[in-house]
Design a binder for this molecule. Structure first.
Ligand code: ADP
Ligand code: MG
Length: 247
């Protein structure tokens, strides 16, 4: 049994009120294990992004708790939560959110500089080499391809040595070639990091993750080892989704 780094306990998230309310999460319990690569899959609108943001301290649940190594994130004062997010969690989004005026190197360093932390040059050199960015450090983000920009985002997220790396559809804006490179890189990362990836691409989840969680309409239907979820799902709804049958 591995250590649980991050967990959601009975998390609900409702957007809006009354008849216009959307119940994006309907009581989710999920445990993210140390050193594993977890994929969250499910159809568009089932609550994957909401869950990731809630797990990452970006969006408070309507009820329930999120614990990072036992610490209740949303019980923290705002400033402490913001600091925890910057120092202990890494985010990679579908959109890059890079600063076009800064070099690649400065984009990577920004989260550290915000906290007046000294960069660990040896680690950064390793990271940029692993991500294929070493030769690009003095460029501007606008001079990079989409795949290079996404690798830069991954480097920026990892620069702080986060306890968990959270990625929301990180390859959905990329062409197949760049997607393949980013997937190879993610397979490398799983040796050293705890990663949670949201993807609507089941093949991607099957290729790169150790564990898969299947979501449907704001509920976690089933979670388990990726090969088991894809070969012998326990729940009929998982089976229907994976085999392309809905309803
Ligand atoms: P997914 O990432 O699986 O596509 P989301 O978490 O983005 O799903 O959305 C889950 C549900 O919550 C959807 O019905 C979506 O329309 C709704 N939703 C997401 N964000 C908001 C928001 N900021 N305001 C209102 N509804 C939202
Ligand atoms: Mg989403």
């Amino acid at each position: 049994m591995r250590e649980i780094v991050l967990e959601a306990r009975a998390v609900t998230r409702t957007y809006g009120t009354g008849t216009g309310a959307t119940h994006a999460l309907r009581g989710v319990d999920v445990e993210i294990e140390q050193g594993r690569f977890t994929a969250i899959i499910g159809a568009s609108g089932c609550g994957k992004s909401t869950l990731l943001q809630t797990l990452g301290g970006l969006d408070a649940p309507t009820s329930g708790k999120v614990l990072l190594e036992g610490q209740d994130l949303y019980a923290l004062p705002d400033a402490a939560l913001a600091r925890l997010r910057r120092t202990r969690l890494g985010f990679v989004f579908q959109a890059f959110h890079l600063l076009p005026e800064y070099t690649v190197r400065d984009n990577i360093l920004l989260p550290l500089l915000l906290d007046k932390r000294e960069p660990d040059e040896e680690y950064l050199a390793l990271l940029t080499r692993q991500l294929g960015l070493t030769a690009l450090l003095q460029r501007q983000p606008t001079q990079l391809s989409g795949g290079q920009q996404q690798r830069l985002c991954i480097a920026r997220a990892l620069a702080v040595k986060p306890e968990v790396l959270l990625m929301d559809e990180p390859t959905s804006a990329l062409d197949p070639g760049s997607t393949m490179k980013v997937e190879e890189l993610m397979s490398e990362l799983k040796k050293n990091y705890t990663v949670v990836i949201v993807t609507h691409n089941m093949q991607q989840a099957a290729r790169i993750s150790d564990r898969t969680a299947f979501f449907l309409l704001g509920e976690l239907v089933e979670v388990g080892p990726t090969n088991q979820i894809f070969s012998t799902p326990r729940d009929k709804r998982t089976e229907d989704y994976i085999s392309g049958r809905f309803g």
